[in-house]
Design a binder for this molecule. Sequence first.
Ligand code: CA
Length: 130
Amino acid sequence: MASSLPLLLLVLCGLGVAQSRLKVYNMRATCLPSDLLGITDGYVKVFCGSASLGTTAVRKDNANPWWEEEFSYFKAQQNDVLRLEVHDSDIFFDDLLGVCQRQIKYGTYEHECYLEKGGTLRYTYSLSSH
Ligand code: CA
């Protein structure tokens, strides 16, 4: 029994820096600004801390797009910074329309954020222990 104690402590310490499951979904934008080339072709890049969770599809010519993608990350921790970047796909250089950042907490939350170049992004995230 005594010999298994170090292993047990190791396991408990591993749980102590509990890695949690982050899910980001239900992303919808409204009133995205148009540029010289026409109506915005929006997509979203999702990050948690330094990790990239993925990129949505481009919604062409749509100022009010929504995205059906869900992004999961299994190494999230409370207070990590969730970052969503809304971009407009263009032929040469994509434009960054705005960035939404917040520290994540346990639970499920829906947020709306105002993009620097106009429009809003709404999204939902949930953070739960495994
Ligand atoms: Ca465009």
